[in-house]
Write a new protein. Structure first.
Length: 81
């Protein structure tokens, strides 16, 4: 079951290195599916063809995968702060 697309939304927070990690997917998502391939436990493809997150909170066990998805996004649609 896919969740509806939310453009420009914060998809989660966690603690990485003692600093809160904010993850935001902006409206530039082109639906390539890279993030869902790199981190399938957090990202999925919606029926509308763009990426979304399963959970608003990202556990520390997914921090590296979420960062890898952000680093690999071809249009920089995943922002990590």
């Amino acid at each position: 079951m896919n969740k509806p697309r939310q453009t420009g939304h914060t998809v989660g927070t966690n603690i990485k290195g003692g600093i809160p990690m904010q993850v935001h997917v902006n409206g530039e998502c082109i639906g390539c599916g890279m993030c869902a391939s790199v981190c399938p436990n957090e990202f999925f493809m919606t029926d509308g063809g763009t990426a979304a997150a399963f959970s608003p909170e990202v556990g520390p066990d997914l921090a590296d995968q979420v960062q890898a998805a952000a680093d690999g996004c071809p249009v920089s649609a995943i922002e990590v702060r």
